[in-house]
Ligand binder design. Structure first.
Ligand code: DC
Length: 233
């Protein structure tokens, strides 16, 4: 197993709305690790591509644009900030439209290649919780611990609805179910780095579990792994 200066690599993959972001943030906090939200990076890339009106059918143009991408995840007074080519895009990347666009742009090879490199660099020292779709399968297949966090479509749609409604956006449950199913299909059916559970990932179905239940069992497993690696968090 690789030894890394800052700790182990924890990979959390799974479909949208399974609770990965919340769990990854809290788990990273508990372990004193850095959270890397790779979905936010794909969202920032999608936003920048659309603002620059890059033709998504023209892969050469997409590739050229991706060479200029500079996406950073920063902590600003405890708040996670996503910066895309210098601009704070944290809130802009969270709309339902951007979710659907991201699902589309994240299937493009130049986008994946650019972000794969960036993510591998960001996580190489260890001491990180990476969440996404292909962390355990492609980005860090040698991650010391891998989770696949899932939940039923209905439960994920219910959570997404609640989240958007709490932000003042009116969305219906039925619409959200369609969105969730569409994104699941796009994420699992794409050719490059599709969403799938790594063979050595631990499956957790969060449909009927509280955040605390999920978090406590994940933390216990991570601590056990960290202790056995002789690396302190
Ligand atoms: O986790 P999220 O919903 O913020 O992710 C947004 C989109 O980015 C999602 O449709 C899938 C894509 N994504 C990906 O393809 N690979 C990742 N490692 C993370 C996200």
């Amino acid at each position: 197993m690789p030894s890394r200066p800052d700790g182990i690599i924890i990979a959390i993959d799974g479909p949208s709305g399974a609770g990965k972001s919340t769990i990854a943030r809290l788990l990273a906090e508990r372990l004193g690790y850095i959270q890397i939200d790779t979905g936010a990076m794909y969202r920032a890339a999608a936003l920048l591509l659309s603002l620059a009106t890059v033709d998504l059918e023209d892969l050469a143009a997409v590739e050229k644009f991706c060479k200029t991408l500079d996406i950073r995840l920063e902590l600003d007074s405890g708040r996670q900030v996503v910066r895309g080519n210098g601009t704070d895009v944290t809130d802009l990347i969270r709309s339902p439209e951007m979710s659907l666009l991201t699902s589309q742009t994240s299937s493009l090879r130049p986008v994946r290649e650019a972000l794969l490199k960036a993510q591998q660099q960001m996580g190489s020292r260890g001491g990180v919780v990476l969440e996404g779709r292909d962390i355990g399968t492609v980005v860090f297949p040698d991650a010391e611990i891998k989770f696949y966090l899932s939940a039923s479509v209905a439960e994920r749609a219910r959570r997404r609805c609640e989240e958007l409604n709490s932000k003042g956006e009116t969305v219906s449950f039925a619409e959200t179910v369609v969105d969730v199913e569409k994104r699941d299909l796009q994420d699992t059916a794409r050719d490059i780095a599709p969403l799938r559970q790594a063979e050595d990932a631990l499956l957790i179905d969060s449909s009927r579990l509280s955040i605390d239940d999920v978090l406590n069992s994940m933390e216990a497993l991570c601590r056990h792994k960290i202790d056995n690696m002789g690396v302190s968090p």
